[in-house]
Design a protein around this ligand. Sequence first.
Ligand code: FES
Length: 110
Amino acid sequence: MPCFFSFSLNQGRLITWGVERFFVFQSTSGSYHLISDKCPHRGGPLSRGSWDAENNRLRCPWHKTSLPESALFKKQIPVVIVGEHWTVCIEGDRKEYTIRVHDIPVVTME
Ligand code: FES
């Protein structure tokens, strides 16, 4: 059963729901996206990676796989954004877990 929730960028940019993780990613065009925080290689935390500005790629902190923006966009979760407020629907059945918004640094292009 999907889970709907809302949050504000002021609350934080890393979302956890049990073992699921998502982070707010700002693209090179300046648009914001909610992206799965699991690297396609072995599940490393992409939100803790580094941005390669020269090649416009995100480098995973675990084994250094680098992903272009297009690959990140394939991992995005649909959101409705109104001002600072994001409403998200995540597929899954994890009623036993609480969705948490964490105010910790995530990867940026700086
Ligand atoms: S888990 Fe990301 S490169 Fe291996």
